[in-house]
Design a protein around this ligand. Structure first.
Ligand SMILES: Nc1ncnc2c1ncn2[C@@H]1O[C@H](COP(=O)(O)OP(=O)(O)O)[C@@H](O)[C@H]1O
Ligand code: SF4
Ligand SMILES: [Mg+2]
Length: 343
């Protein structure tokens, strides 16, 4: 069953006095028990998608979508309190920098107790409530693999290492027993061993508790070990979408291929210290978006036709947006089917 369904989400924001499409017809969906990777270079719009799902965009920004639904309910038509209820109960979000997201002046135990919704507490008196909340905190922190739980609860955020803080954020996010966890680049800047711990925690939460996860990352290699499906974003547009293994083996879009080629483990033939291949140039700024395909100026396969914006196409349960895809015969690519609108 589809939990979150986004179709043709467009977000116009004001940048240097002009309205620009920071997200342009972005589509993705997440099913029950699915881990979906959302990948793309820095500045491609990943965090804007997270904000759009959370309903946390500045009011002056213009958001439109053919569909933005949670279990079939239209998120864009809900009032603030209905939306907040879903964000409190069903969807939890964690951000890349746990230390910035936590209050430096309050011990973590207090912050955890405050995050526990009252409906989870069944006792009457305040001292009983405090004790029950402590029990919940101990159980949740143990569940995410924090070893010295009591020390963690008695510490301030600056007294603990990054991995413990990120696990603490995950535990706090899970306390309301959400169905979907959105993790916005939670491993950015972390050491490899810390990264691995967070990834394996996500994998086990998905496996043991059926938690669906939207794992947002610029680091394809990090999420390849846990994700079932992938959405590739470039400059505010979804360029490819499909099962991770199939996209990994045969990327259709030149940008997906460049991402795969940049991830060392995806190229087993490479010597460990070989220089990584990447696309020339950088992602365009919102004020200087190219006409037609936004990858055009950087794309090794670009041709005249690419000044026309490519429409989304669907083939073998995969979607892509490119006039000259890889691994697809020309005749297959000319079949413009309606399913393509899914991307
Ligand atoms: N508050 C903002 N005001 C203006 N532009 C913004 C704002 N937040 C993000 N952007 C722009 O939107 C684009 C996408 O940003 P972001 O979603 O943070 O990318 P990512 O998370 O993929 O690194 C970038 O060009 C960024 O500069
Ligand atoms: S449409 Fe053209 S420029 Fe865009 S990715 Fe495909 S080949 Fe490259
Ligand atoms: Mg971001």
């Amino acid at each position: 069953m589809i939990l979150l369904d986004i179709r043709n989400l467009t977000l116009e924001i004001e940048s240097n006095g002009v309205l620009v499409k920071a997200l342009d017809k972005v589509s993705l969906s997440i099913c029950e028990k699915e881990i979906r990777a959302l990948v793309g270079e820095s500045g491609s719009g990943k965090s804007l998608i997270v904000l759009a799902i959370s309903g946390a965009l500045p009011p002056q920004w213009i958001i439109t979508a053919d569909r933005l639904t949670w279990r079939g309910q239209n998120l864009l038509k809900m009032n603030t309190s209905e939306r907040q209820k879903i964000m409190r109960r069903d969807i939890a979000v964690i951000f890349q920098d746990p230390k910035a997201a936590l209050d430096p002046s309050v011990k973590l135990g207090e912050q955890f107790r405050e995050s526990i919704p009252d409906e989870l507490i069944n006792v009457r008196w305040w001292w009983q409530r405090r004790s029950e909340k402590n029990q919940i905190a101990l159980a949740q922190l143990t569940r995410v693999g924090i070893k010295d739980v009591k020390k963690c609860l008695n510490s301030y955020v600056h007294e603990l290492p990054d991995d413990v803080c990120q696990k603490f954020m995950i535990a706090m996010a899970l306390v309301s027993q959400p169905t979907l966890l959105i993790a916005d680049d939670p491993t950015r800047g972390m050491e490899t061993s810390t990264k691995r711990q967070i990834l394996s925690l996500c994998k086990s939460l998905n496996h043991n508790s059926d938690l669906s996860i939207l794992f947002v990352s610029h680091d394809l290699l990090a999420i390849s070990s846990i994700a079932h499906s992938i959405t590739v974003l470039y400059s505010g547009q979804t360029v490819e979408d499909g099962p991770l293994e199939s996209v990994r083996r045969k990327p259709f879009h030149p940008y997906s291929k460049a991402l795969m080629d940049s991830a060392p483990s995806f190229r087993p033939e490479l010597h460990p210290k070989s220089p990584l291949t990447a696309l020339k140039g950088t992602i365009p700024t919102l004020q200087h978006l190219p006409i037609g395909c936004r990858l055009g100026p950087r794309c090794p396969r670009a041709q005249k036709a690419c000044v026309n914006t490519p429409v989304p196409r669907t083939i073998h349960k995969r979607q892509y947006r490119c006039h000259f895809p890889l691994h697809i015969e020309a005749e297959e690519n000319t079949v413009d089917n309606n399913e393509g609108e899914n991307l």
